[in-house]
Design a protein around this ligand. Sequence first.
Ligand code: HSE
Length: 309
Amino acid sequence: MTKRRIVVSSPATIANFGPGFDSFGLCLDSPNDVVTLRRSRAGTAEVKVTGKSEGVPTSPTENTASYAALKLCELCGLENPGFSMTVKKGMKPGSGIGSSAASSVGGSLAMAALLDVKDREIVLEAAAMGEELISGTRHFDNVAAALYGGFTVVADVQNRKVIRIWPPPFRVVVAIPEVYVKTRDARNALPKTVELEDAVRNLSWASGMVHAMMRRNVRQVGAYLDDRLAVPHRKKLVPGFDQVRDRALKAGALGVSIGGSGPAVFAIAQENANEIRSAMVKAFKESVSLRAEAFIASPGKGATIEESQ
Ligand code: HSE
């Protein structure tokens, strides 16, 4: 039967997750973008954006959700069936919690459901094209985590091989200061080459992180949440990062890092999540006079098709 209306809920994600630059991603159980796709006149495309929509384009070729939906059609060798799409943004763009990935996965998965495309690798590819539209590079870490859920490792980017590990239960405390960081700028802040010593440190931490996730050892997850490739160069885009990190650790966090390209700072916790959240917000305020929005989440299950009719 021809589908006419699809609703997809697509979650926030923490890319890099410490040592896994462009490779690791953690899916959160909230916040989510909700993409509603309705079939309309063949070949047409229309987008409406609601919720935390400031700065989100509504042109179908500029909005990541509709762009990913159009790319899904192209990748399947199908014509655009014609659609109107509503994207309810649950997260602001430029926050560091995978806003563009949530929309891209939402758009791509919704179109796949409308056209009865079952291949998840095509959904992932189209979603990564949506990411590329925004950041200038086709990185898979956010989209893989948003689509598959749990903790994801882009193990072979050329062959699009993604490994998913279901993480142990823990809390993720996220604080987003009132600064806007474009992924494109945060990527330009990185050096083109890295020191061998830094590469080796990251390799060790990343290996330890995968082991910790598989062994379901939350303390070790926190202990390996370190990075020498991106965080040292991006700290300047997140004023107060060192102070916020120190205060979160003092309040009981097991590890702290920058979410994706920032400015979100996230902490891993088993207990004291509320205290850690207050400590992080206070540290932004007291050290650099920045207001920060903060929330507590848990690892999530990935994008879901809420309605299909
Ligand atoms: N891995 C990407 C980066 C994630 O850090 O640039 C961007 O959200």
